[in-house]
Design a protein around this ligand. Structure first.
Ligand code: ASP
Length: 343
């Protein structure tokens, strides 16, 4: 059975090629994808391409772009079996994490990919990333159900749950990694799916719902030795600030100085949510391990467990944007909504 796939090009390095006359990088025309890559015809998929205009460097991505992209996918949801989103690598993990939270009842693959070298340059990594992402988006099991019906990210031989990924290198072709959750698929000669790790929907027939509101009242504070009371209080008193992702040391540890804990405690008493995630790439926050973590727990700092910064920020923006009461937001933070953390 052939699958129909919509490729959505949003911008980024993958959409560039070298102009043979001038040697400069110019946009690659994805609508001529079969002429550029005739071998695509051999895949059992029918492809359509939708290029967003203007294509943007992903450093310029804003929540309005996430909303636009999710609305496009909802609009086309019934017409395609899967979606491949081509996105700049710089903020790909943010967009993909945001979409994972926005989609309710997702039962089709949404595979993000991009490249470190433009697709129209001889040594590109984009060609393999694109072709394999298409194959994964179209893959079905014996019953005809999609094999990966969740928001995922494919890069250099690995398919990851998108909200577990982080861009780890500005140089390596294996630019993305998921430190706290194993790959959903490993790609070598064959694509080997780790089926037990892939989320399965409750139903394949529910209409796709999207939540499209994001709060701007979220920020990140990364601890470093030398952070002053003035700086901390300055940030915590910003008007409209509703939540802070606190990037702590190791297993969720922070200074035990009175001024530090008092500033956080006062902010929490004013209704601010403080979510603790670790600065380490791998591992989880465990606030009951050391005195330095326990004190945070005692004053009401919440655990972000082993969430990435991208998942923590977008989950908070999404939950607070929903305008649910603070108690509901706090309960939702304790639950893994889309497999974004392990407890
Ligand atoms: N600056 C580019 C972007 O994120 C980098 C890339 O695509 O790799 O859009």
């Amino acid at each position: 059975m052939r699958s129909s796939i919509l490729i959505i090009y949003t911008g980024g390095t993958i959409g560039m090629k070298t102009d043979p006359d001038t040697g400069t990088l110019v946009p690659f025309d994805f609508s001529a994808i079969y002429e550029e890559f005739p071998s695509l015809k051999r895949l059992k998929v029918d492809l359509d391409v939708h290029s967003l205009t203007p294509a943007i460097d992903s450093s310029n991505v804003q929540p309005k772009n996430w909303i636009h992209l999710s609305e496009l996918i909802r609009e086309k949801y019934d017409s395609y079996d899967g979606f491949v989103v081509l996105h700049g690598t710089d903020t790909m993990s943010y967009t993909a994490s945001a979409l994972s939270f926005m989609f309710e009842n997702l039962a089709k693959p949404v595979v993000f990919t991009g490249s470190q070298i433009p697709i129209g340059v001889l040594r590109t990594d984009g060609r393999e990333n694109l072709i394999t992402a298409i194959e994964i988006a179209g893959a079905r099991d014996a019953e005809g159900h999609p094999i990966v019906p969740e928001v995922s990210l494919y890069f250099q031989n690995h398919l990851f749950r998108a909200n577990r990924t982080t861009k780890r290198s500005a140089e390596a072709l294996s630019a993305f990694y998921s430190y706290n959750y194993p790959p959903l698929a490993d790609v070598g000669v064959n694509i080997s799916y780790n089926r037990s790790l892939i989320h399965q929907p409750k139903s394949y027939d529910e209409p796709l719902q999207i939540g499209t509101r994001f709060s701007e009242g979220v920020c990140v504070i990364k601890l470093f030795p030398g952070l002053t009371e003035q700086t901390l209080r300055g940030i915590l008193s910003i008007e409209g600030l509703k939540a802070v992702v606190l990037e702590t040391y190791g297993a969720g540890n922070a200074p035990t100085a009175d001024w530090f804990l008092r500033a956080l405690e006062e902010a929490i008493a004013r209704g601010m949510i403080i979510l603790n995630i670790t600065q380490c790439q791998g591992g989880a926050v465990a606030m009951d391990l050391y005195e330095t973590g326990l004190r945070l727990q005692q004053i009401g700092v919440m655990s972000g467990y082993d969430m990435t910064i991208e998942a923590a920020v977008t989950k908070l923006m999404y939950l607070i944007g929903s305008e649910a009461p603070s108690e509901v937001v706090k309960e939702q933070l304790k639950v893994s909504l889309r497999g974004e953390f392990t407890r």
